[in-house]
Ligand binder design. Structure first.
Ligand SMILES: Cc1ncc(C[n+]2csc(CCOP(=O)(O)OP(=O)(O)O)c2C)c(N)n1
Length: 294
């Protein structure tokens, strides 16, 4: 694989190639403190950019925090470390939550977050794996991430690596037929090193899923496709951690974690408000949101 274009940045923290920021012993309280920082970053960076997708970034904060700060094996100083666990953000419009986590881990300095969506920024509106250290897949066209993740999982098996692959999908994204082709193939190939997490916030670009395209009975569909299916409160670190640990024990089939979340979580006027799917908060709204996130 060729090396990323603009990866040689001074790192703010974790500046050794050996550094590992994840910690299996991280407590829910410690994770909650990280989550709050990520939320502040999401609000601030989208506000500064004047565009972006805050709603579906805020709903995924605990999922991403639990993975990067507790569950995943990774080295911010060595983004292409061959043994790293992989996180694939299939819902690429939620790039702000991934960028916030990568910055807090030390993949690049946090002040870069304020360049979101600018020309020549490391941080484009949708993810670019050739540009941003720590980003595994260029995404934005929905529906592709689970297929990509399955490929990475099967490559790991061929290479006799024990890394695990985590793919985060939106629930609205599951309207895409390719998701179900990948689901069928993952079970067929018994990809037990693959975990799909669905950010099940109930909404998509045009409003509630139940009005746009009903997904139910959603857990039954995953079971029928051959997946170990776990449902959790996607804002509860204990439940998320337990689910990720359980997934590690499952042999012979992939696991999906359906994480029930709230779009815009953590900012009262953004919660369940489809207006903030793809619109940034204005300056007054940023101020109000940051007050709520003190
Ligand atoms: C193939 C494709 N079709 C349409 C879009 C436009 N689009 C961007 S976000 C979105 C809604 C996604 O909903 P969901 O996956 O539930 O994301 P979340 O609500 O968590 O932000 C759509 C339709 C896209 N990015 N890709």
């Amino acid at each position: 694989m060729s090396s990323p274009k603009k990866c040689k940045l001074p790192l703010t923290s974790a500046d050794s190639a050996e550094a590992e920021v994840f910690s299996l012993s991280a407590s829910p309280a410690a994770l909650a403190a990280v989550a709050k920082k990520l939320r502040r970053h999401i609000v601030t960076m989208t506000g500064k950019a004047g565009s972006g997708h805050p709603g579906g970034s805020l709903s995924a904060v605990e999922i991403v925090t639990a993975l990067y700060f507790k569950m995943m094996r990774h080295k911010p100083g060595d983004p292409r470390w061959p043994d790293r666990d992989r996180f694939i953000l299939s819902k690429g419009h939620a790039a702000p939550v991934l960028y916030a986590a990568l910055a807090e881990c030390g993949y690049f300095p946090a002040d870069q977050l304020l360049t979101l969506r600018q020309m020549d920024s490391l941080l484009q509106g949708h993810t670019d794996c050739n540009l941003t250290p720590g980003v595994e897949m260029s995404a934005g066209a929905l529906g592709q991430g689970l297929s990509f993740a399955l490929g990475v999982a099967l490559a790991g098996r061929l290479d006799k690596k024990d890394y695990r692959v985590y793919a985060l999908l939106g629930d609205g994204e599951c309207d895409e037929g390719q998701v179900w082709e990948a689901a069928m193939a993952s079970a067929h190939f018994k990809a037990d090193n693959l975990v799909a997490i669905i950010d099940n916030n109930g909404q998509q670009i045009d409003g509630w899923n139940r009005d746009v395209m009903n997904l139910e009975p959603f857990p039954d569909k995953w079971r029928a496709f051959g997946w170990q299916t776990i449902e959790v409160d996607g804002h509860n670190f204990s439940q998320l951690t337990q689910a990720f640990k359980k997934a590690k024990q499952i042999k012979g089939q992939p696991t999906v974690i359906i994480a029930h979340t709230v779009k815009g979580k953590g900012v009262s006027f953004m919660e369940n408000n489809p207006d903030f799917h793809g619109a940034a908060p204005n300056a007054i709204e940023v101020e109000l949101a940051l007050k709520e996130l003190e």
